[in-house]
Design a protein around this ligand. Structure first.
Ligand SMILES: Cc1ncc(COP(=O)(O)O)c(C=O)c1O
Length: 400
């Protein structure tokens, strides 16, 4: 293979030959990205309202993030967690200070961030209340990741996420989302934590009610349990606040994050109070790559950009604007979400059709349920781009 660009067919052939088929891909090559656009092999621009699955919140290849990566690559790309490094130190302070947390544990992805959150809860339970105190109640229809631990936490039995990976990691019990009583009934003396997404993302973009999260907080306080929020998708401005819990006014004991925090680099983290962090001592958990200096430098630039350019506010304003417009689409049953995390439910199972037809027309979105599409554009998206996305969707749905 030479250094020349491969053609689309050559690339697709290599995928056909060498790849596991766990993803159905769009029929073009993602060559480049800028702002809210992905550019294909022919130079065609697609308006990207999936943003790398809610990752590119400050736009594709944001110049500040690119510059931070380039500068850090010249200095140190990897050392491991046996060393102090400046990017980790700076990022830890920026994150903890801006979301009212005290300690951070870096990871490489959302699933890993949740995995360490689950391990922390278990160890805290056993250390403080005895061997049997390890159960965690999660929500039906949730999504927490694909590792063995997080897929067991994911409340979706009988889906490909869990199917044939049994025996599942024990200790997870499911309850109904937005139903405090269901959670209360699912907890017993062995329960150490409740874990939820403030807005269920993969489950169809379903926001928690304020009463639900407040009710869970009260329940956890009354029964000496930890409240764990999975903010892998909702974090860093997506819902109109830096963290969704800041908008709800309900503080968890532990929050996980990933996706948007890296601006495209793989990084995740969990944050807690200093007291809870005492649960882990040397050797309790570890990772070769977690908190990698390049990923941390990128994350610092990305989060600084989200804060300095007030992208949470833009997310809030454009979210209200877009949700209002989307209600006018044909065949709409419900438009829901918070900020620029938007789900549109249709009266028929047409989400996958809409997704591929919209791509043909130059708009990228995801289908999260048979009747639900999800829109998670970059948080610096403009009103004109929102209008453009709406017009494409209107045309597409009209012709289905
Ligand atoms: C709420 C939530 N948690 C966890 C994950 C898993 O994150 P990752 O794919 O980075 O492992 C996702 C991914 O979509 C998610 O939406």
């Amino acid at each position: 293979m030479n250094n020349q660009d491969l053609t689309k067919d050559e690339i697709k052939d290599l995928y056909d030959t060498y790849f596991y088929e766990t993803f159905k891909r769009f029929d073009f090559i993602a060559k480049k990205g800028h702002d809210a656009y992905i550019v294909d092999e022919n130079g065609r621009e697609y308006l990207d309202f999936m943003a790398g699955i809610a990752v590119n919140s400050a736009g594709h290849c944001n110049p500040k993030v690119v510059n931070a990566i380039q500068e850090q690559c010249k200095k140190l790309m990897h050392a491991s967690n046996y060393f102090y490094t400046e990017p980790q130190a700076k990022l830890a302070k920026l994150i903890c200070d801006s979301i009212g947390m005290e300690k951070i544990y870096f990871q490489n992805s959302g699933a890993e961030a949740n995995e360490v959150m689950i391990k922390l809860a278990r160890k805290y339970g056993k250390d403080n209340f005895g061997e049997n105190r390890y159960k965690i109640v999660t929500a039906r229809n949730s999504f927490h990741g694909r590792t063995l631990g997080t897929l067991a936490a994911t409340g979706q039995p009988d889906t490909p996420i869990q199917h044939n990976y049994d025996p599942l990691v024990p200790g997870f019990v499911y309850a109904d989302f937005n139903d405090v009583e269901s959670f209360a009934n699912a907890c017993d003396e062995d329960t150490i934590a409740i874990m939820v997404e403030p807005v269920q993302g993969e489950g169809g973009v379903i926001p928690a009610t304020k009463e639900f999260l407040q009710g869970l907080r009260k329940l956890c306080d009354e029964r000496n349990m930890l409240l764990l929020f999975d903010e892998v998708q909702t974090g860093w401005g997506r819902t109109g606040y830096l963290m969704a819990y800041m908008g709800y006014g309900v503080k968890p004991d532990c929050v996980s994050m990933a996706k948007a925090m890296g601006g495209g680099m793989p990084i995740g983290a969990m944050c807690t109070s200093a007291k809870l962090a005492l649960t882990f001592g040397p050797g309790a958990h570890g990772s070769t790559f977690a908190g990698n200096p390049v990923a941390c430098a990128a994350s610092y630039a990305q989060i600084e950009e989200i804060i300095d350019s007030k992208l949470s506010d833009n997310s809030m304003a454009k979210g209200i604007y877009l949700r209002d417009k989307l209600k006018n689409l044909p065949k709409v049953k419900q438009v829901r979400g918070k900020g620029l995390m938007i789900g549109v439910e249709f009266t028929e199972d047409i989400a996958t059709d809409i997704k591929y037809k919209a791509a043909e027309e130059g708009l990228l979105i995801t289908a999260v349920r048979p009747a639900v599409i999800r829109l998670v554009p970059p948080l610096n998206v403009s009103t004109e781009e929102c209008d453009q996305a709406y017009n494409i969707l209107e045309d597409v749905v009209n012709n289905i």
